[in-house]
Write a protein that binds this ligand. Structure first.
Ligand code: SF4
Length: 380
């Protein structure tokens, strides 16, 4: 019976984000590891591999799909109340012990991560997103950088259909991959997990490529939001949060920063779940540093005004939220404060098209005809 690795190794095509080196080696540029891979070997992510001096990359499947509120990604300044059709593949370049998507991200590293891939085409995914009423289509669940070629193929179809496109990423990019994505990705969320290089090395990465990528994502004009899952004893000290917020302000005080609550997951079961008090403290650090839009997430109704968007000039309430749901929306057609006219950075539709708590809509049920398992009935 074919294993998951054998199945995934058949769902591939030659990549675009690499160069050929001497003696059959290749250099991959899809993430900050920039792996130099000999023939017959895989990169750190385990899903891109060198065969005969060519780099092969994942293609033609998804590890999971779901239609979510865009606020769940989280994006607060992009098409509020819209649905984001979300898909992922398998694998990751990091190995975070608290990953909430470990079943797909760690599928080839951890024998207990069992997920069945579904065959997919870009056209089929976009058709399904449209049928479900999505406003955007988002690559998430695994690290999308390592499957960038597939995401771009999907996003080309999505753009033609009028959908916005987005990445939910750890931000461990390279100049080459960000230039490659720039024409096709509208929204980019980076999970900035820490401001301590030692912590990043525990997760399998380094801080510097991520900071460089954040600067470049902003410079290239993607709509950028940052999330930091706040974990007691890992990244929640005043000093670390202050340095992180100061860095974001140095890129732009208009970048929305989401501080979100950790809950025990995967292999990280020691730290306590994050309290509302910790989130409020983190948010106050962000505001003191000069960030204009700071949000506290994962604890609906427990963080006061920190779920809402207010005008940074006159403090008018612009978007009121409860968790992932919009309770009221007051921006003008051009994305300005109705009270003082301040332009609010983000991606806004001229007419609010999203769902509200008072008149929610839900995705219609999914047809299974577009997606079917490519795994044999047993084996992994
Ligand atoms: S995506 Fe990253 S980890 Fe995977 S092969 Fe390329 S450089 Fe290495």
């Amino acid at each position: 019976m074919a294993t998951l690795k054998e199945v995934l190794d058949r769902n591939i095509r030659e990549g675009e984000l690499y160069e050929k080196l001497d003696r059959g080696f290749v250099r991959c540029f899809a993430c900050g590891h920039c792996c130099r891979i000999p023939s017959g070997q895989v990169g750190v992510c385990k899903v891109r591999f060198n065969e005969g001096g060519k780099l092969f990359v994942p293609w033609g499947y998804v590890g999971g799909v779901q239609c979510d509120p865009i606020e769940k990604k989280p994006f607060a300044h992009a098409f509020p109340g819209g649905l984001a059709y979300s898909f992922g593949m398998m694998g990751c370049d990091l190995h975070c012990s608290y990953c909430q998507n470990w079943v797909t991200s760690q599928a080839l590293r951890d024998p207990s991560a069992i997920a069945a891939p579904l065959r997919a085409t870009p056209e089929g995914l976009v058709r399904e997103a449209m049928r479900l009423g999505a406003r955007a289509i988002v690559s998430t669940y695994n690290e999308p950088l390592i499957t960038s070629e597939w995401a771009v193929a999907v996003f080309k179809e999505a753009r033609a259909a009028g959908l916005a496109t987005g990445f939910v990423s750890n931000g461990n990019g390279t100049p080459q991959v960000l230039e490659y994505l720039c024409p096709w990705v509208d929204l980019y969320k980076v999970d900035l997990k820490s401001f301590d290089d030692r912590h990043y090395r525990q997760l399998g990465g380094r801080l510097e490529p991520i900071l460089d990528s954040i600067r470049m994502i902003h410079r290239l004009g993607f709509w950028l939001e940052i999330v930091t899952l706040t974990i007691q004893g890992f990244n929640d000290s005043d000093d670390e949060l202050t340095r992180l917020a100061d860095f974001l302000v140095s890129v732009s005080p208009d970048i929305p920063w989401h501080v979100t609550a950790f809950h025990k997951d995967y292999k990280m079961t020691d730290p306590a779940d994050t309290s509302a008090e910790t989130l409020v403290r983190a948010a106050e650090i962000g505001k003191r540093a000069g960030l204009r839009y700071v949000y506290a997430g994962n604890l609906p109704g427990q963080v006061g005004d920190l779920e809402n968007t207010r005008c940074p000039n006159c403090h008018e309430l612009l978007i009121e939220r409860y968790g992932y749901l919009v309770a009221s929306y007051h921006l003008t057609a051009s994305g300005c404060c109705p009270s003082c006219g301040t332009s609010i950075p983000g991606r806004w539709d001229p007419v609010f098209q999203g769902q509200m708590i008072s008149r929610p809509f839900v995705p219609r049920s999914r047809s299974r005809s577009e997606l079917y398992s490519i795994m044999p009935s047993s084996g992994r």
